[in-house]
Design a binder for this molecule. Structure first.
Ligand code: NAD
Length: 435
C-alpha cells in the first residue's frame, strides 16, 4: 500500500516520515514549492526533535512533490494534513480543506480513501464528500474517513509512533481493513467509530485539555490573593486518578496553533448547532486575560514600564519547538513595547520565527544568549520553560542586571535557590520572595 500526505506542516511531515519509518512508501505533497525543494534536499521547514534524523533514515521510502496529479495517481490512501486556521469570528477556515478536496477530485482516476487528519469541525467529512462529488469524474469510487492527529509539537515523533490511542471514523469494512493494515504495527488501541464521532473526539479532547489549563490558572489567581500555593494544590488534585496531574500547570496561558483555535472553533460549531457552549467561552476568556495579569505583576514591582529593560526568556509557545503561533510572548512583548519598554529577547530555537511574526522594532534586541539578554535589565520575564533557563548561573546574571527581578510565568525556576541569591522572585499562583 502506498500512502500520500497532502500538506507538509507539523502534522503532515511528521505523518509522512513516521509512516516511512513503519516501512510504507510515502509521497508527501505541499503546494509550497520552496518547502518541497528544501525537503528534497533534506532541509526541514521547522524544528522538531529527532525529525531530521528520521527523515535521513527513511529518505529512500519518501518522495516529495508539489504536484497533486503525481500524488493522486500513485497512492492508495491520502491523508489530508492541511491547515485549518481560525477566521475572525473564531470558526475554522476550511478553505485549505476544500481546495485540496477539489484538486484531489479533479485528478482522481481510481478508488481512493481520503483521510482527514487535520483538526476539523464535525460534519467536515460530509462537506468533503459533497465537494468531491461535484468535481470527480463519473463512476470513480472514493471514500472519506477521519483519523484525527493527537501529536504534540516537541514530542511529535514519539506521540505519532506510540500514541495513547488511534481514533478512526469510517463508513465501510473496506476502509476499516485499510486502517487495520496501516496501523498493524502500532501498539495503541484503535477506536473505530462513525466519522462524526471521530471528528468530535479531537475537538472535545483539545477543549478539555484547554479547560484544565484555564481552570488551574483561575485557581492560581485565587492562590495569589490568599497566600496559598497552586503547585501544591495541583499536586494534591493530581493524585486523584479521576483528575490526573497533567495539564495542571499554572502560567501565562496556552498558545500554539491548536488550543486557542480549537476551543474557539468548537464553541462556534456548538453555537451554529444551537447549543450553549459558554463554558468554553470562559476557558478562552481566562486564557486571554493571562497576558494582562502578567503585565500587572510587572507593574506592581516596577510601577512604570516606560524605558525599563526586560530580558525576555523564551518566545516559542512551549519548549521543544520553534513555533510561535499564538505564543503569549508575542502579546507580552507587544504590550511592553507599546508602553515604551525595551525587550532583550532570547529563545534557543524560535528567534527567527518570532522576528518574522513580530516584525521589526527598534525596541527589540535579539540577544545572543540568556546572559546577553540580561544586560542592564530591570527584570527577567520567563515565558517558556526551556531547560537551559533552569541551569543558568544566576549569581552571574544578578551582577549584570539593573534590578534583580524575575517574573516567572512558567514556575520553572527553583524558588529556594533564587531566593537565597536575593532576587525579587515573582512566580505564578504562589508566594515568591523579596516583595
Ligand atoms: P501548517 O499550517 O503548519 O501546515 C499546513 C501545510 O499545508 C502548509 O505547509 C501548507 O502549505 C499546506 N497546504 C495548504 N493547502 C494546501 C493544498 N491545497 N495542497 C497542498 N498543501 C497545502 O499546519 P499544521 O500545524 O501541520 O496543522 C495541520 C492540521 O493538523 C491543522 O488542522 C491542525 O489543527 C492539526 N493539528 C496540528 C497539530 C500541531 O501540533 N501542529 C497537532 C494535531 C493536529
Amino acid at each position: 500500500m502506498k500512502l500520500g500526505v497532502i500538506g507538509l506542516g507539523h502534522v503532515g511531515l511528521v505523518t509522512a516520515v513516521c509512516f516511512a519509518e513503519k516501512g510504507f512508501e510515502v509521497i508527501g505533497m505541499d503546494k509550497d514549492k520552496k518547502r518541497i525543494q528544501n525537503l528534497m534536499n533534506k532541509k526541514l521547514p521547522f524544528y522538531e526533535p529527532g525529525l531530521s534524523e528520521l527523515l535521513e533514515k527513511n529518505f529512500n521510502r519518501l518522495k516529495f512533490t508539489d504536484s497533486i496529479k503525481e500524488i493522486i495517481e500513485n497512492v492508495d490512501v491520502v491523508f489530508l494534513c492541511v491547515g485549518t486556521p481560525p477566521l475572525p469570528d473564531g470558526s475554522a477556515d476550511l478553505s485549505q480543506v476544500e481546495d485540496a478536496s477539489r484538486e484531489i477530485a479533479k485528478n482522481l482516476n481510481k478508488y481512493l480513501l481520503i483521510v482527514e487528519k487535520s483538526t476539523v469541525p464535525v460534519k467536515t467529512a460530509e462537506w468533503i464528500k459533497k465537494v468531491m462529488s461535484l468535481y470527480v469524474k463519473k463512476d470513480i469510487p472514493f471514500e472519506v474517513a477521519s483519523n484525527p492527529e493527537f501529536l504534540r509539537e516537541g514530542s511529535a515523533i514519539k506521540d505519532f509512533l506510540e500514541p495513547d490511542r488511534i481514533v478512526v471514523g469510517i463508513e465501510s469494512d473496506k476502509a476499516k481493513n485499510i486502517f487495520e493494515e496501516i496501523y498493524k504495527d502500532f501498539k495503541a488501541p484503535i477506536i473505530f467509530t462513525d466519522i462524526e464521532t471521530a471528528e468530535i473526539i479531537k475537538h472535545a479532547s483539545n477543549a478539555f485539555l484547554a479547560t484544565k489549563i484555564s481552570f488551574i490558572n483561575m485557581i492560581a489567581d485565587l492562590c495569589e490573593r490568599t497566600g496559598a500555593d497552586v503547585i501544591k494544590v495541583a499536586e494534591a488534585m493530581g493524585f486523584d486518578k479521576r483528575i490526573g496531574r497533567e495539564f495542571l500547570n499554572a502560567g501565562i496561558g496556552y498558545g500554539g496553533s491548536c488550543f486557542p483555535k480549537d476551543v474557539k472553533a468548537f464553541y462556534r460549531i456548538g453555537e451554529e448547532l444551537g447549543l450553549d457552549f459558554s463554558l468554553l467561552k470562559c476557558v478562552d476568556k481566562i486564557n486571554e486575560e493571562r497576558v494582562n495579569k502578567f503585565i500587572e505583576k510587572i507593574k506592581k514591582i516596577l510601577w512604570i514600564i516606560r524605558d525599563k529593560v526586560f530580558a525576555v526568556w523564551g518566545l516559542s509557545f512551549k519548549p521543544g519547538t520553534d513555533d510561535v503561533r499564538e505564543a503569549p510572548s508575542l502579546k507580552i512583548v507587544r504590550k511592553i513595547i507599546e508602553e515604551g519598554g525595551i525587550c532583550r529577547v532570547y529563545d534557543p530555537y524560535a528567534m527567527e520565527n518570532f522576528k518574522r511574526e513580530f516584525g521589526e522594532s527598534e525596541r527589540i534586541y535579539y540577544a545572543e544568549d540568556i546572559y546577553d539578554a540580561c544586560r542592564n535589565a530591570h527584570a527577567i520575564l520567563i515565558l517558556t520553560e526551556w531547560n537551559e533557563f533552569k541551569k543558568a548561573d544566576f549569581s552571574k546574571i544578578k551582577e549584570m542586571m539593573e534590578t534583580a527581578i524575575i517574573v516567572d510565568g512558567r514556575n520553572c525556576l527553583n524558588m529556594e535557590k533564587i531566593c537565597k541569591l536575593e532576587f525579587i522572585y515573582i512566580p505564578t499562583g504562589r508566594k515568591g520572595c523579596g516583595y
